[in-house]
Write a protein that binds this ligand. Structure first.
Ligand SMILES: NC(=O)C1=CN([C@@H]2O[C@H](COP(=O)(O)OP(=O)(O)OC[C@H]3O[C@@H](n4cnc5c(N)ncnc54)[C@H](O)[C@@H]3O)[C@@H](O)[C@H]2O)C=CC1
Ligand SMILES: O=C(O)C(=O)[C@@H](O)CO
Length: 311
């Protein structure tokens, strides 16, 4: 890895996937020194091609950064990146700040905050929203909680990655609680968009016309507007995978169970995403949940014959 200048904010981004790559590239374009890290060599190569630099491990990245974003998928990956062999902890300079952006349960976020504090590191609980396009534009919403000192330290990264940073409190875990509310809505809205479009097709309506009318009517949602075009194009390249919603709606379910708080509508959406995963669509875009309806009802999806899916 080449030498890194200390004159600009030195930011690390671990996890260069749909969200991390765009965020890292947006920060780079704003003149920050950004070091990426990903277990996937092709992701690292892509970031280097975009002008960034990559570290082989989180431990190596830690030696060059004082603000580190975690944009891996789930709690197990966050654990590995922080506390695993060649993890960040033990290598990051004391006082460094970790922006934990992966969607995890609030209870997990709280425990991570405690363990990082014991290691002399600050954590901002900083889940993100807006999808890959807003990540690439540096226009995310961040649902954040942490101390004022941590926010001060992390402000170059937060300002560069987000259109809006919601500072929700000092306590780690509040950000992840808010994100869980978003994920309940996001998951239900995607499953519902798929169900509604499938019904429209079954009724003999033209899917493009369904999109046009609904996006100008009261039944519209951000997710309907954002995801249905993927279905209309038959393009299930994952900008956010089915597996992400199996994870997130399971977090909703588990958290609801812990709180004795029923979430029956989210449970129904979880079943549809679980069916999509079981049918082999877990790595496809989350809009592929409509393929469950295709199988159940015999409808024909736009360009289904050319999308590589198993119908
Ligand atoms: N895709 C989306 O639209 C959104 C995703 N999120 C959340 O953001 C997080 C990331 O999601 P995506 O970018 O979609 O996932 P992704 O699967 O596209 O990217 C994750 C990246 O992390 C890398 N990775 C996994 N384990 C690693 C490790 N131990 N060390 C280094 N790199 C590792 C993977 O190789 C991959 O490149 C998830 O928690 C997700 O729930 C939040 C908002 C929107
Ligand atoms: O942007 C968000 O918020 C989302 O959760 C989705 O785009 C998919 O994870």
């Amino acid at each position: 890895m080449s030498d890194i200048s200390a004159s600009t904010p030195r930011i690390g981004v671990i996890g260069l996937g749909a969200m991390g790559m765009g965020t890292a590239t947006a920060l780079l374009e704003q003149g920050m020194t950004v070091t990426g890290c990903d277990v996937s060599p092709s992701a690292c190569r892509a970031f280097e091609d975009a002008g960034g630099q990559c570290a082989a491990t989180p431990a190596e990245l830690a030696r060059h950064c004082e603000i580190v974003l975690l944009v891996v998928v789930n709690a197990d990956q966050v654990e590995q990146v922080l506390f695993g062999d060649q993890g960040l902890v033990g290598h990051l300079a004391p006082g460094s700040v970790v922006l934990q952006c992966a969607t995890v349960a609030p209870s997990i976020a709280r425990r991570l905050g405690e363990r990082l504090a014991e290691a002399g590191l600050a954590m901002i609980d900083a889940p993100i929203s807006g999808g890959a396009a807003k990540a690439r534009a540096g226009q995310l919403s961040v649902m954040a909680s942490g101390t004022s000192a941590a926010f001060d330290k992390a402000s170059p990264a937060l300002d560069g990655m987000a259109a809006t940073v919601y500072r929700l409190g000092e306590e780690v875990g509040i950000g992840s609680s808010m994100k869980l509310v978003n994920q309940l809505l996001a998951g239900v809205h995607i499953a519902t968009a798929a169900e509604a479009l499938a019904l429209g097709i079954r009724l003999g309506l033209d899917p493009e016309t369904v999109y046009e009318v609904i996006t100008h009517s009261a039944g519209n949602s951000w997710m309907f507007e954002n995801r249905v075009p993927h279905i209309l194009k038959g393009d299930y390249t994952p900008l956010s995978a089915v597996d992400i919603f199996v994870k997130d709606l399971n977090i909703v379910h588990d958290t609801g169970r812990e709180l004795a708080m029923p979430t029956p509508v989210a449970a129904s959406a979880l079943q549809q995403f679980t069916a999509a995963k079981g049918a082999g669509f877990g790595r496809e875009d989350d809009s592929a949940v409509i393929k469950v309806y295709e199988r159940l009802s015999g409808i024909t999806l736009p360009e289904a014959a050319n999308d590589g899916g198993e119908v």
